[in-house]
Ligand binder design. Structure first.
Ligand code: SF4
Ligand code: SF4
Length: 386
């Protein structure tokens, strides 16, 4: 009967030219109607002031609010209507489920959307192990697995052009898929024009991960109703570690093509210093996030997405571990094997970027920009405190 009702609702919505809501989106819609009458959580994060600008919640609104939510958990523990209350309101969990759907719904190409559901720890580890094994075997077969030290000259194992032809297509495809996916999301949420002030504010919120402070500055809930700032700190380590590694690769590319300075670079050189700092950040951050993820209260998110979360975290962790091991052993006889291992892990990370947890950073940044634009627009309802 319930299924029949939902089918009838979908048919009515389609007939009226409205995109029907999924079950998870309907749940967020129901919750937002109750929250809009309550408003107790208005100061926690941007979701609630954005909610007060609406009386109805269509598909695009719900997708926008779900990606604006940082899953800090504060509104679950503060809510007087949370289970066991008969309203059974669980904002973080409902938002997390819709977020998972948006990654699939907006995926490019659309056929690949279902990969999100299969992108778990096992797939991540199997892909990394498979690629690393293939590269290690190649290195061993050409007799470069264990050889006289090459003073960190990676190109004696894999020539520069071969590395570029292996990694550039995977990286460019990941960038294209993410860009086209978020562009579709951006169009659907009809953001309006971004001013410099809105762009600057959104960038600040993204870089500071502002809403991981729970709105009160004491942080997120994780294992229980106690606040912790460690989730935000470990996100900072991870994000800035990733960016520093990216900067190291960028500087090395400029050295190679603009200045004609070929690798290997000295330990005190900019690419190595940036890479080491980034690698340490990518060790501390993902290790901490994994620890928090294992301890996370099941009600604060969507447990079905944990394999995807952990797959991404573990790939980041392995990337930094193998990268630092390669740096430590680059002057030794096992440099070829260490290089193959690191390249296999990095290739697996790149390959899974567009269809894994990495997407949350892109969609959340877009939602934060929309919020910064929206809060500068006139609010005809005048029902919130913004
Ligand atoms: S989550 Fe609960 S307490 Fe917070 S605004 Fe919604 S109904 Fe009110
Ligand atoms: S979980 Fe945190 S970020 Fe998400 S809606 Fe609740 S208070 Fe806002």
């Amino acid at each position: 009967m319930q299924q029949l009702n939902s089918l009838t609702r979908e048919a009515q919505a389609l007939a009226a030219g409205i995109m029907p809501l999924s079950r998870n989106e309907s749940e967020v819609g129901r919750i937002m109607q109750i929250c809009n009458a309550c408003r107790y959580c208005e100061g926690f994060c941007a979701v609630f002031p954005a909610m007060t600008r609406r009386l109805e919640f269509g598909k695009a609104d719900i997708n926008y609010l779900a990606n604006l939510c940082h899953n800090c958990g504060s509104c679950l523990h503060a809510c007087q209507y949370a289970p066991p209350h008969e309203f059974a309101l669980n904002v973080p969990q409902a938002m997390a489920k819709v977020r998972g759907e948006t990654y699939s719904d907006y995926a490019w190409p659309p056929l690949f959307g279902r990969l999100y559901k299969h992108n778990g720890l096992t797939v991540a580890l199997a892909l990394a192990a498979g690629l690393a094994a293939f590269l290690m075997l190649t290195v061993l077969l050409v007799g470069k697995g264990f050889q006289a030290p090459e003073a960190g000259n990676f190109y004696s194992i894999f020539p520069h052009n071969l590395l570029v032809s292996m990694f550039a297509p995977v990286f460019l495809f990941a960038a294209l898929a993410l860009t086209l996916g978020v562009r579709k999301f951006w169009r659907d949420v009809s953001p309006g024009r971004a001013s410099l002030a809105a762009g600057g504010e959104a960038l600040g919120n993204v870089l500071a991960m502002k809403y991981l402070d729970g709105g009160h500055g004491q942080g997120c809930n994780n294992a229980d109703d106690a606040f912790t700032l460690w989730r935000r700190r470990f996100h900072h380590f991870t994000f800035y570690g990733f960016m520093l590694c990216f900067a190291a690769t960028g500087v090395a590319t400029l050295y190679h093509y603009l200045l004609g300075w070929a690798a290997p670079y000295a330990l005190g050189s900019l690419p190595v210093v940036l890479g080491v700092a980034g690698g340490i950040g990518l060790l501390i951050g993902p290790a901490g996030l994994l620890w928090l993820n294992v301890r996370r209260h099941p009600e604060q998110g969507d447990v079905a997405q944990r394999p995807m979360d952990r797959g991404f975290i573990v790939l980041l962790l392995l990337t930094s571990l193998t990268g630092l091991a390669l740096l430590a052993g680059r002057d030794g006889a096992a440099m070829g094997i260490l290089l193959a291992l690191h390249l296999g892990v990095v290739m697996a990370l790149f390959a899974t970027l567009p269809y894994g947890k990495f997407a949350h950073g892109i969609f959340r940044s877009a939602a934060l920009l929309k919020w910064s634009i929206e809060r500068r627009q006139p609010n005809n309802l005048q029902l919130g405190d913004d």
